[in-house]
Design a protein around this ligand. Structure first.
Ligand code: PPS
Length: 331
């Protein structure tokens, strides 16, 4: 998740220095529900609470992005395991290009190796960048919902989508820490207030149940198109999950690679401990508001137990039970 503060929302655009997209975006925006979510401006676009800062980029993405059959889209809710999935996918796809001891992951944050469609590709400056220059397979990330991807990505191409979800208890705690930390934006929010809005579905890219169920149902309908992963499964058996990812995107490991221990090597390179302790992730900045280190907090299953009271757990679990009932999805 990237800059989502109000300060970088373009001021009202006037006709002289704005593009048609900006003007159409401003017009559309006027009719949308808006909210200030713990200091972050959101608007509800097609049922999704979208940060205002990426509203116009989101429209541009819808309008201009044309997926290739070879594209790989990493679709996640913030704090579900995006950084890890980026590292793994990048390393799997590029494994014959870079030796492990001179790997870009050793000197770059995974976030900067795989750009986000809304936050990086169609950012405020890039109205319609030439994506043809990017060689196959292009890998992009997005935080948006499946339904919003449909027009640009899914229907018109055979590109593959990987979704990772996470137990909402841990995810909300991860998000809470991240929001508090952001330089110049973050401010302390009592956890019970934060949880309440989360349970109402009001948070960046919320409601979380709609996000997850969109990808879950798409996976059930077209498993060859949408791979559905769980953060907890990756933690339990990363080698198995990595093989699954590699096969899904058409880069399966050969028997020789398996025998040579390459899967284990890549898993080690992308592991929380390895990435967290790299210089680039200790001291580097991702953006003016976000240090690279913010993407590596604890990386554990069950850390939420250190913060949530039984009442809070109950509150989230009730929402989860109600919203996911009958879906077949369990956390
Ligand atoms: S973001 O901002 O949406 O891209 O954040 P995201 O990467 O989705 O989520 C951050 C949480 O993932 C943990 N993390 C990892 N876990 C395991 N392995 C690796 N390599 C890894 N990298 C990041 C990170 O610590 C955040 O979880 P919490 O619970 O806050 O520690």
């Amino acid at each position: 998740m990237e800059n989502i503060n109000e300060s970088s929302v373009p001021a009202r655009v006037d006709a002289e220095d704005s593009s048609t997209d900006d003007l159409q975006g401003q017009e559309l925006l006027q009719g949308l529900e808006k909210a200030s979510w713990h200091g972050v401006s959101l608007c509800k676009y097609k049922g999704v609470w979208c940060p205002l800062t990426v509203f116009v980029p989101t429209l541009r993405c819808e309008k201009y992005f044309k997926a290739r059959d070879t594209d790989i889209i990493l679709a996640t809710l913030p704090k579900a395991g995006t950084t890890w999935l980026k590292a793994l996918t990048f390393a799997v796809v590029n494994r014959s290009r870079y030796p492990l001891d001179k790997h870009p992951l050793l000197t770059s944050n995974p976030q900067s190796l795989i750009p986000s469609l809304e936050f990086n590709i169609y950012d405020q400056e890039n109205e319609n960048p030439d994506l043809d220059l990017i060689p196959d397979p292009r890998i992009f990330s997005t935080h948006t919902h499946y339904d919003s991807l449909v027009s640009t990505v899914v229907v018109e191409s055979k590109c593959r989508v990987i979704h990772i979800c996470r137990n909402p208890l841990d995810q909300v705690i991860s998000l809470w820490h991240f929001m508090i930390n952001m330089i110049g934006i973050g401010r302390f929010v009592p956890l019970d207030e934060f949880l309440e809005t989360y349970c109402q579905g009001m948070h960046v890219y919320g409601p979380f149940w709609e996000h997850v169920l969109g990808y879950w149902n798409a996976h059930l309908k077209s498993p060859e198109k949408v791979l559905f992963l769980k953060y907890e499964d990756l933690k339990k058996d990363i080698n198995f999950s990595m093989k699954k990812i590699a096969e899904f995107i058409g880069f399966p490991f050969s028997l020789e690679e398996e025998k040579a221990g390459l899967i284990e090597e890549i898993a080690k390179l992308c592991s929380f401990d390895k990435l967290k302790n790299l210089e680039v992730n200790k001291v580097g900045m991702h953006s003016p508001h976000i240090k690279n280190s913010y993407f590596f907090r604890k990386g554990e299953i069950g850390d939420s137990a250190n913060y949530l009271t039984p009442h809070m757990v109950d509150r989230i679990e009730k929402v989860v039970e109600e919203k996911f009932e009958g879906s077949g999805l369990k956390f």
